[in-house]
Design a protein around this ligand. Structure first.
Ligand code: ATP
Ligand code: MG
Length: 442
């Protein structure tokens, strides 16, 4: 993409309505624009980031054995009346009526709808265990939408639902999702700590929130620093490995303020390992047994030929909250650096030349070579002055830059990873290095 052809409305100043750095950056770097309170449009660069995040979430769900489908955003009120949540959900639910005065709603979550789909189509234990998920927009009429896409009203969520014949296998489904969440967040270079949580309106008795540590977070959290060092990258989904890794996590203390127990914290965590800070919730998992399958009469035949209500769980990831969460973790107020799994472009070419001069020609040439190598570049071919080009790219946060001015020899290119020293490389070296970084074989 050439910047001169792109739609990237960059703001020079921090907008006054943005109180935290992720909101500031997303507005300044032209990623999002608010259209109504807590409702946002995703501009091209923000949308690319969102799509990349969505894809990683999807891949990890698939690896854990969940199957993707798509449910609508608008739901009938009838199923919510069946489960009893139509009244319970209160003002956060956006209620609509159609021209026939039928009650509809914009889904804040999908336990009812997935239970209905399950109930109408699955009758036998032989189809279990089953994990279904979708990635779809939700609406919650939050009382105080704030911090941009971090706490908004319309947001993209990945929600998975598990169905099992008994408690034991249901727990295993829960654990699988637990591991898949850790793996997903690790791909975003985020240190997400699982914390025991209240189940709230979803109900049930087992629940964890996945929280990243950030000063701007809304939850107060307490944890053992040992939790920060556990790597799950190599752990596969075998029962033994899943149990082992969860056991490791459960050895160390972690709690949000709702569940915090000062005495236990003092007793079980050494002084130097005690960490009190703030956190951002990026995922939340629940096991709630037959709460919905019972009230909505979903039944399967078990091995003994008896009809039983399946055991269920639900598992959410705030897909559209993640760009903001990643920024909170990676942006120091001057430089942003996207993880390479998420970056909107793989490499930025900063052309400091003028129309037709040598630097300009070099820029266009390497731009073409990078496209051919599947290295999705963005070329700054605008006539802005060099210092504002550099400033813009510090903000945009593409992790790798090729800077092309007039000082270097014909086959010399300045290559820079954000936050690291500049290198002088030949064109071939630049391309090979990027291919290696992004795992591109061709
Ligand atoms: P919170 O405690 O932040 O209000 P929640 O517990 O109500 O969230 P869940 O029902 O657990 O949310 O939803 C799953 C995930 O969806 C959350 O972990 C969060 O990442 C995301 N999410 C929830 N509400 C919002 C919102 N208003 N804006 C953006 N993302 C949200
Ligand atoms: Mg939650």
């Amino acid at each position: 993409m050439k910047l001169s052809n792109y739609f990237l409305p960059i703001l020079k100043e921090n907008p006054s309505e943005a109180k935290i750095k992720s909101h500031q950056l997303m507005l300044r770097a032209g990623m999002i624009r608010q259209s109504a309170s807590g409702i946002y449009s995703w501009l091209p660069m923000g949308f690319k980031v969102l799509k990349n995040i969505e894809q990683i979430v999807r891949e990890e769900q698939n690896k854990a054995g969940a199957i993707e489908l798509l449910m609508p955003t608008i739901q009938s009120a009838d199923i919510w009346k069946e489960s009893g949540r139509y009244d319970d959900y209160g003002k956060e639910m956006l209620r609509i009526s159609d021209r026939h005065e039928r009650d509809l709603l914009y889904g804040p979550t999908n336990e009812e709808l997935i239970t209905q789909i399950f109930r109408d189509n699955i009758k036998s234990y032989k189809n279990l265990p089953l994990m279904l998920y979708h990635i779809q927009w939700k609406f919650r009429d939050e009382i105080r939408p704030r911090f941009g896409v971090m706490r908004c009203r319309e947001f993209l969520m990945k929600d998975t639902y598990s169905f099992d014949v008994d408690k034991h296998t249901a727990e295993f489904s829960y654990k699988k999702m637990f591991l898949s969440y850790l793996k997903t967040f690790q791909k975003f270079e985020l240190n997400a700590i699982p914390m025991k949580a209240e189940t709230g309106p979803i109900g049930g008795d087992l629940s964890h929130e996945f929280i990243i540590l950030a000063d701007t977070g809304e939850s107060e959290v307490f944890l053992d620093k040992n939790l920060l060092d556990i790597d799950v990258n190599e752990v596969d989904y075998s029962e033994k490995n899943i149990n082992e890794i969860i056991e490791r996590f459960s050895k160390f203390y972690s709690a949000t303020d709702e569940k915090h127990d000062v005495n236990e914290f003092e007793k079980n965590v050494s002084k130097e390992n005690q960490l009190r800070t703030k956190g951002i919730e990026i995922g939340h998992i629940f096991y709630f047994g037959d709460k919905y399958s019972k009230s909505m009469k979903a039944l399967v035949n078990n091995k003994e030929g008896k009809n039983i209500n399946p055991q269920m769980g639900s598992y959410g990831i705030g897909v559209s909250r993640l760009p903001a969460a990643i920024i909170e973790a990676k942006y120091n107020g001057t430089f942003m650096k996207w993880p390479k799994t998420v970056t909107p472009f793989k490499v930025a070419i900063i052309n400091l030349g003028k129309n037709g001069d040598e630097a300009d020609q070099k820029s266009n040439e390497i731009y073409q070579n990078l496209i051919n190598a599947n290295l999705d570049p963005i070329l700054d071919d605008t006539s802005e002055n060099p210092s504002s080009k550099f400033k813009n790219f510090d903000l945009i946060g593409i992790p790798y830059q090729i800077i092309i001015g007039s000082k270097l020899k014909k086959d010399e290119f300045e290559f820079k990873e954000i936050g690291e020293e500049k290198l002088i490389l030949s064109k071939e070296e630049v391309i090979n290095r990027l291919k290696e970084i992004y795992n591109i074989d061709k």
